[in-house]
Design a protein around this ligand. Sequence first.
Ligand code: GDP
Ligand code: CA
Length: 314
Amino acid sequence: MIAVLSGGVGAARLLSGLVDVVEPESVVAVVNTGDDLRWNTLYVAPDLDTVTYTLAGLNATTGWGLEGESWRTLETLDRFGAPTWFGIGDMDLATHLYRSEQLAAGRTLSEVTAAIARSLGVRANIVPMSDQPVRTMLTLDGGDEVDFQEYFVHHRHSVAISSVRFAGIEDATASVGALGALEEAESIILAPSNPIVSLGPILALEEISSLLRRRRDHVVAISPIIAGAALKGPADRMLTELGHESTAFGVAELLAHVASAMVIDNADAALAPRIAALGYRVTVRDTVMRDRSTSAALAAATLDLVQTLPIDRA
Ligand code: GDP
Ligand code: CA
């Protein structure tokens, strides 16, 4: 079994290649739910949906939502004067209707996530990090606190932040599926996802971080930062704003307590000695996932690195 701590797009790209190099049924994606929100009363889970739609081969090229969407619901809401900055397409809407109804009927988020994935033909396992609500909240420069979607979508992540917290984290427990997978997996991959707001909420669950600390020898991270920049989204600026180095080394520092191996891009070869000095085994290679075959090659190289035991333990 291979477990993958996952945010949205970066993780989905990796997973789409990983299922080509190992049995899809042996993969468990443990997905961030800190971005989840209520949209017109419906429960929306952006990272779960990105991972699910991508593994089902239904994802849009934008990285979120479904290919071939229509927007008639949103256009009609707009006529009512309702806010439409959060885009939900007509087909996507069905996912949120179904999930919300099932949650209201008493099923867990884990159960509904599995049911949706199965219905869409996904063979890999997709589990939320927790069945309880955890909400990523960001304090903007200036002092206002906003939830993740307001920062990410409404403000188009163009505003500086001064801090991040995960509301509800003290009362949340890791899902049974997440803990089981992380305990049993021969390898655990930290996907190239935003280390602060995608991996951050998952690692903020104490049961998960203590389990990973104990199993650190089996944990490998892939840097989402290449040559000091994120390929997409605000990870680079967030690192800087929160006082970290906006490089693969900065990511390595953040994850050093839970990971013992790291894959960094060729562009960052010069950082390898500094990352190794933190206690990592390092592989340097192309990490840009352009298509399914480059994703599969990165997934294979990542497994090779983590499945080679450190010399002093071999
Ligand atoms: P979100 O939840 O959709 O914002 O996505 P994630 O947190 O999973 O992913 C955002 C991060 O993925 C960004 O920091 C990107 O740099 C990184 N990312 C996206 N595609 C790739 C890729 O092909 N290779 C690498 N190394 N990182 C990527
Ligand atoms: Ca996300």
